[in-house]
Design a protein around this ligand. Structure first.
Ligand code: TRP
Length: 375
């Protein structure tokens, strides 16, 4: 692949993603200081993922805040396709989502798309059900408020969702889906229908309450095409278009191209990795922006922009701006060595995962509280 070429769809992320180009291609809006100040007015603080541009683009956030300021509260909606282990990239988006839930005091609807993963992956229905249960533990472990968080499982809540899904399906053509996702004629027919299921949670609370409620969807930008397709349909069904806030991808361990992915062992750190596994993976695979020899590194310094360990600290694990800047400057000047930078990251990730894994154990008793039930 050419250096300038990259691809971002829900089913493939590859190459060196040019986010400015993506903003134009997808027709989303870059988050500016004015919008950040508006969010801060309500949240009373700015999340580092916002101030550092990790969540970098949006659709209709200003409209959402207009409504919020009029007393028309929104709800959050995000989801997970349960086909394997949870890795740090997922947890990054969900921790930001939890921050939004806490700061705005809003409900979260969380969709588990077991139908999607069965249709798209070469895995059995039974295996996908196992991953659904497994992945729920990680979502719960993030710390969402059980009173305000509702899990939807596509095959289990089908009776609730299907009547709405067909209303979307009727207004989306095969050629639209083909163009948006790069599908060809040999795709199975379930995968062509799937976007209509992903569209539904953005209106389900409105359907249940019998009145329109604004919706905000935090997601990694590869999921945007589903909503780009569906957003035209919402008003035709007399609902609001959902607002969206888009995050960048946590890079794979091995370099800054593509995204961290559960299907590639050496690219990812998983939520269940042991401290030793984390240490080994970072030491062995984390792409370094350091120089080849100690003398060279001391003299010329490292490049934090391409250094995966530094990027993980910036995008997730070092919220303190002052400390991050010191690491950045010391690495660039050659004072901090690659091995030392990796050691900082290993410590951070392991203390984060120790907490996550403790919560994940406790979550085993909490699943039932989170699954949505009609009362
Ligand atoms: N399709 C997503 C995945 O493969 C899961 C998902 C469903 C989702 N609804 C969503 C992601 C809303 C973000 C926002 O993981």
């Amino acid at each position: 692949m050419d250096k300038k070429e990259f691809k971002v769809t829900p089913y493939e992320v590859s190459g060196d993603v040019d986010y400015d180009k993506l903003i134009k291609e997808f027709g989303v809006t870059k988050i500016d200081e004015k919008l950040i100040a508006r969010i801060k007015k309500h949240a009373k603080e700015v999340h580092p993922m916002l101030s550092r541009g990790v969540f970098f683009a949006h659709r209709d956030m200003n409209w959402l805040l207009d409504e919020y300021e009029k007393g028309n509260k929104f709800f959050l909606y995000t989801g997970r396709g349960p086909s394997g282990k949870i890795q740090l990239g997922h947890l990054q988006t969900w921790h930001f989502t939890k921050w939004l839930q806490d700061k705005f005091g809003v409900e979260l609807w969380f969709q588990f798309t077991d139908d999607e993963k069965f249709l798209f992956k070469d895995k059995s229905y039974e295996e996908i059900q196992q991953w659904t249960k497994d992945n729920m533990l990680d979502v719960i472990a993030v710390g969402f408020d059980p009173k305000k968080t509702h899990f939807l499982i596509d095959t289990k809540h089908a009776g609730l969702m299907y009547p709405e899904a067909i209303k979307f399906a009727k207004k989306i053509t095969y050629s639209t889906v083909k163009a948006a996702f790069g599908f060809n004629d040999s795709m199975n027919i379930g995968s062509i229908f799937y976007t209509s299921m992903q569209a539904v949670p953005a209106i389900l609370p409105s359907v249940l309450k019998g009145k329109n409620i604004p919706c905000l969807i935090p997601l990694a930008i590869d999921q945007d095409p589903h909503f780009r397709v569906a957003r035209d349909v919402y008003p035709k069904l007399n609902y609001y278009k959902p607002s969206i806030i888009h995050g960048m991808f946590l890079p794979p361990l091995t370099g800054t191209e593509g995204k961290m992915s559960s299907s590639e062992e050496s690219s990812a750190i998983f939520s269940t990795d042991s401290p030793k596994e984390v240490e080994n993976k970072i030491k062995k695979y984390a792409f370094s922006g350091g120089k080849d020899t100690l003398e060279e590194h001391r003299k010329l310094g490292g490049n934090p922009d391409i250094d995966v360990s530094f990027q993980y600290l910036r995008m997730f694990f070092e919220p303190d701006d002052k400390r991050l800047k010191k690491i950045h400057d010391d690495y660039k000047s050659g004072k901090l060595l690659s091995g030392e930078l990796k050691a900082i990251l290993i410590e951070k990730v392991n203390s984060f995962l120790a907490e996550h894994q403790k919560n994940r154990e406790k979550a085993k008793k909490q699943i039932d509280k989170f699954i949505f039930k009609l009362t």
